[in-house]
Design a protein around this ligand. Structure first.
Ligand SMILES: NC(=O)c1ccc[n+]([C@@H]2O[C@H](COP(=O)([O-])OP(=O)(O)OC[C@H]3O[C@@H](n4cnc5c(N)ncnc54)[C@H](OP(=O)(O)O)[C@@H]3O)[C@@H](O)[C@H]2O)c1
Length: 283
């Protein structure tokens, strides 16, 4: 049912996957979506009724200032109902060899960039009593071999999400974490391409130790790309988080996420180690 009063919603990383599906879902519901993209060609592709592309690179503070300005100067004076912190990348490689600049790139985009978006939009969120919806991952609950760098970013976002929620609750800003499991998007392919590039940097010794792990990471990412839920399902969960009158602090998206987020709280580390290593055929 379309809502009668339009409000603004910001979604970052809308060129593809979950971000694009979310922008489309929220626009269909009647929100005016400010859709973050990095390239003009992606802006041209996503532009339509209720979707206004905005050039946003979460690592570029000038683009975030321009976004905040766009929100505050809205010609119709619409309130900012929510910011969906979705943009992300995946750097997958064994920890003993991952180049530190690649680690920094993961953190820059998936942690510092997310906080930069929150900081830029906080004045508007305070004004409107808006919501922050952070897109986490089951990787922020459980750290699989080969995915430690990505998980480091997503675990960090869990901490940031929880502190922010506790800091802002008395000021009318609700902070919600969405935890998807495997989702069929281009992220898997991007992660595989990065892993293949990084694999070439290994020494012969590292190859002996980690070739199998690289194969497992690739196979796992391919499984998520093939069998993961559709990004539209995650978009529907994000929509709930924005609409629910009294939203939960976190929502899972996908059965794998619902199961793993519970298991990780009750299973001992050594059993989880065996499960994960066996799932990735590393035993
Ligand atoms: N796919 C999964 O299985 C899965 C599972 C759990 C959580 N997630 C999370 O869901 C979110 C969306 O991922 P997705 O699966 O939809 O992947 P995706 O299709 O690869 O989308 C990632 C989006 O982030 C954008 N992005 C990357 N770097 C950026 C930057 N510096 N500034 C602004 N935007 C940037 C990309 O834009 P460009 O096209 O310009 O690169 C793209 O629009 C991520 O936070 C991811 O960690 C995904």
């Amino acid at each position: 049912m379309p809502i009668k009063t339009q409000a603004l919603v910001v979604v970052t990383g809308t060129s593809s996957g979950i971000g694009r599906a979310t922008a489309e879902q929220l626009a269909a519901e009647g929100f005016h979506v400010l859709a973050g993209v990095r390239r003009q060609e992606d802006a041209d592709k996503i532009k339509r009724e209720n979707i206004e592309p905005v050039i946003v690179d979460v690592t570029n503070i000038e683009t975030l200032k321009a976004l905040a300005e766009r929100v505050v100067q809205d010609p119709l004076g619409r309130p900012l109902r929510a910011v969906v912190n979705n943009a992300g990348i995946a750097v997958n490689a064994p920890l003993e060899m991952v180049p530190l600049d690649e680690f920094r790139r993961q953190i820059e985009v998936s942690v510092i960039g997310q906080v930069a978006v929150i900081q830029a939009l906080t004045p508007a969120l305070l004004n409107s009593g808006g919501r922050v919806v952070n897109i986490g991952s089951v990787g922020g609950k459980i750290s699989m071999p080969g995915f430690g760098i990505y998980s480091a970013a997503k675990f960090a976002m869990e901490a940031i999400n929880d502190s922010l929620r506790r800091e802002m609750s008395s000021f009318g800003i609700k902070v919600i974490m969405i935890t998807p499991g495997g989702v069929s998007t281009g992220l898997s392919e991007q992660g595989i391409t990065t892993a293949e590039r990084l694999a070439k940097l290994m020494t012969p010794d590292q190859h002996r130790r980690h070739d199998r792990l690289f194969d497992s990471v690739k196979a796992q990412a391919e499984t998520w790309a093939k069998d993961g839920i559709r990004p539209e399902k995650v978009a529907a969960v994000i929509s709930r988080a924005i609409h629910d009158r009294n939203p939960r602090t976190r929502y899972t998206a996908g059965r794998d996420s619902a199961l793993l987020t519970r298991l990780v709280r009750i299973l001992p580390d050594k059993l989880l180690d065996r499960m994960l290593r066996s799932q990735m055929k590393l035993q």
